[in-house]
Design a protein around this ligand. Sequence first.
Ligand code: ITT
Ligand code: NA
Length: 199
Amino acid sequence: NTLIIATRNKGKTKEFESLLGDFGYEIKDLTDYPELPEIEETGTTFEENARLKAEQISELTGKVVIGDDSGLCVDALGGLPGIWSHRFSAPNPTDEKNITKLLHELAPTAISPEKRSAHFHTTLVAARPNHESLVVEADWNGYIGLTPKGENGFGYDPIFLVDAFRTAAQLSDEEKNKVSHRGQALRKLMKELPEWLNN
Ligand code: ITT
Ligand code: NA
């Protein structure tokens, strides 16, 4: 029982592995399939991009594939970086450069923490050949901190305040998965997946 996660982001894969470990699936990601082409994220919504990744990789492999499109939506920036979260500091984005750019753009709100509200979003699409796909999504609300803190997680976790004291990168993997956008979305997916696989 193999599930392919249509991602090259090892931070995502690690969370899928720990969340799906209990369900008895073998998890692979696109680093296990170096021959597959890069999927261009040309969509304008999380769902479109998740669907592009899941359906194209499913078409190419003939297998059940989950696409994850996710990002950080900051209220004071009208929802940005949103679907641009990974590419925010393009042309050569890194997590560090993305964080620096975001903190810079939020500098005008530094004296009013309540203006730094944000949420992480994940849309997951499960796809298999010649079959309608399955879609779930979830959010995780928090605030953007003033400086990066913590060593766990990936992406924007070091500046995502989950409460007054801790960022997402200061949570253990287990604590993050219990409450995160991806954890919530995956639990929804696993409720619906068995029936979807049998139809
Ligand atoms: P794939 O397309 O290969 O899956 P990606 O990293 O480009 O990898 P996305 O297009 O979905 O994936 O972009 C998601 C970005 O949003 C990711 O690179 C992080 O910057 C951010 N992000 C998503 N989930 C996150 C999380 O749980 N913690 C911190 N940052 C997250
Ligand atoms: Na994306």
